[in-house]
Structure formats: C-alpha cells, structure tokens
Design a protein. Structure first.
Length: 309
C-alpha cells in the first residue's frame, strides 16, 4: 500500500505543477518565441556586435577574419577628426532649429485649424500629406524649388529686389538651412495631428467659464490650452528630439553631406565611414557616441519635465 502511494506522488506533483495557469504561460511563451528570437538576433546581437566593433579595426570587405582589436584607438581618432566635429555641430544646429521652431508652428497651426478654420478635415489632410509622402519625392520637388537660377524661391527673392539670392543646396552657408526648412515643413503635419488630438480632449466648459470670467483668447491659450497640452507637447518634444539626431535621408538625397561637408551630420558620417570607406570599427565608434548623446539629452529632458511637474 505504501509503495502504491509513493509511486502516485510524482504523478500528483506533476499534475499540481502543470496547472492551468502554467500551461497558459507556456503557450504564451511559445507563441512569442519567434518574435523574441528575432529580437535577439536582429536587435540585441547587432547592438552588442557594434559595441565590440567600436574597439576594433575592421575592413568590411575583408570579412570577419580581418577584425583586429585596437582598444580606444577609434575614439582617439574622433578627437582629431574635423569632419566628425563638423557633423556634430551641424547635428546640434539642426536640432536646435527643427525641434522648437517646428513644434511652435505646429502648435499655432493646430490651434487655428481646431478652433477658427472652416473645413478642418481638408487642412488636416493637406498638412499631413508631406509626412506620408516619399522622401525622394519631397526631395525632388524641393530641389526644383531651390534651383539657383530658375527655381521659384529665388525667382521670388529676385522680384523682391535681392539681386544675388542664395544658391541654397549648393551654398556652404545655406545648405543646412535649406534642409532645416524642408524638415520642418515635412514633419509639421504629423505634429499637428497629435496636437489636435490633444486639443479635442480639453473640455469646452473650461473655455466657456474663462470667457465668462473675462479672459481673452491669448489668456485662455496660456492658462488652459498650453498647460493641458503639456503631456502631448512632452511626447512630441522627445520624439522629435530623437528623430532630429537620426536625420539621414534628406541629406543623403539632396546634398550628400556637401558642399564641403557643410550639411553633413552624424548618421551620414556613420554611413560614409562604414559603407563608403569600409571602416566599420570607426563607424561603430561614431554610432555609440551618437547613442550616448541622444541618451543623455533625452534623459536630461525627461528629468527637467518631471521636475517641473
């Protein structure tokens, strides 16, 4: 009798262990396993491999056998690379103008479209089209607009009496400015949609009460609209800030970082070193510097916003 009870205990323990909750958990892990494996192989592994490569000298054409560990040599080279510092300066200039100016214009336009303009749906679509359009298409249109001699932009400036307008994309002083204008214009539609979504969540009763108390439109904006849009503004600020450090496609298509590296940025330098000069170790070092910059800036922004709350 005792032997029968002892033999039945493992089966009972197994039955108790594999209860319904554990079976459901196992099924969930099995369903998510392909995604997790893909994330590890296509996400985590490249990140760790690029970190290792940042301490190595590797010619991409030579294969894995040519990887040579060089320690901090790649990071020391960054301190002597004028192109790197030019790209870093251009990246910060691009971010300083694109983020606040773009968000300000998007906020103003979204408030106007939401409250004062007839045909809101039409304007939402019109402003959103550039955001969903191909970068190549946008670049082609703007390159024609910026044409030094026959472009509409310079034709308009000449009509205003400016005899020698900028050459824009071909001018070392204005190439980055031209890119910034396009970036603000292309992203403003998406930012407007997010702002309008936030505006629809603000109760109309607040504005009615403020009007009864004698508050004008400007006072209502600063006392009601702006404070209640703070979470939306915070979200757009962080996402726009991060994307501004990753700009590549417009610059690659329109200027190729030129003329004379006047519009090059960090991501374009990574592409240039890694896939043109085949110096993957040096490109990985630049990418990790970019990662640290974006992480620090995002963390400081997040802490500043939380402290204000």
């Amino acid at each position: 009798m005792a032997k029968v009870e002892a033999a039945s205990r493992p089966a009972a323990l197994r039955k108790k262990y594999w209860n319904t909750a554990r079976k459901e958990a196992l099924a969930g892990w099995l369903f998510t396993a392909p995604e997790l494996i893909g994330l590890l192989l296509l996400g985590l592994f490249p990140i760790l491999f690029s970190l290792y490569l940042s301490f190595c000298d590797w010619n991409l054409v030579g294969g894995l056998s040519t990887i040579n560990f060089v320690g901090l040599d790649n990071f020391k080279m960054l301190l002597e690379d004028e192109k790197f510092f030019m790209a870093l300066k251009n990246n910060f200039t691009y971010t300083i103008f694109v983020v606040p100016v773009g968000l300000f214009l998007a906020l103003v336009l979204s408030v106007l479209v939401h409250s004062r303009v007839y045909g809101q749906s039409f304007f939402k679509v019109v402003f959103f089209i550039p955001y969903i359009s191909s970068i190549i298409a946008l670049g082609t249109v703007w390159s024609a607009l910026y044409h030094p001699s026959s472009g509409p932009v310079n034709r308009f400036l000449i009509s205003l009496g400016i005899s020698e307008p900028p050459k824009w994309l071909a001018d070392t002083h204005y190439s980055l400015v031209a890119i910034i204008i396009i970036a603000i214009w292309a992203a403003i539609g998406y930012q407007m949609i997010i702002f309008i979504a936030g505006l629809t969540n603000i109760p109309d009763e607040l504005y009615e009460a403020a009007s009864i108390d004698g508050a004008n439109s400007l006072q209502q904006f600063f006392r009601i609209t702006l404070p209640l849009l703070a979470p939306t503004l915070s979200f757009l600020f962080i996402t726009t800030l991060m994307s501004s450090f990753k700009v590549f496609d417009l610059i690659s298509f329109l200027t190729g970082g030129g003329p004379n590296d006047s519009s090059t940025v960090l991501v374009y330098r990574i592409y240039e070193e890694g896939f043109r000069n085949f110096r993957m170790g040096y490109a990985s070092a630049i990418s990790w510097v970019l990662f640290l910059i974006v992480g620090i800036v995002t963390l400081l922004t997040w802490k500043l916003q939380n402290s204000k709350k």
